[in-house]
Design a protein around this ligand. Structure first.
Ligand SMILES: [Zn+2]
Length: 62
């Protein structure tokens, strides 16, 4: 995964998804806590939606 690119491709139709929200997660899971140990104070989850087919996806913001 490239940290330089902020775009996310829709896994269903391949269109470029748009980021419409970010939310800070408190009380991360053990997996997410490992990400937090990399230097972040919390976990920020990016919410993406596809303008073509309406699919929703999310990923951890780095
Ligand atoms: Zn799509």
């Amino acid at each position: 995964m490239s940290a330089a690119s902020k775009t996310m491709i829709c896994p269903k139709c391949g269109a470029t998804m748009s980021r419409h929200a970010e939310k800070l997660i408190q009380g991360p899971t053990p997996k997410e806590a490992r990400q937090a140990e990399l230097g972040l104070g919390g976990i920020v989850l990016e919410m993406h939606s596809c303008p073509a087919c309406g699919a929703n996806a999310s990923r951890l913001a780095m």
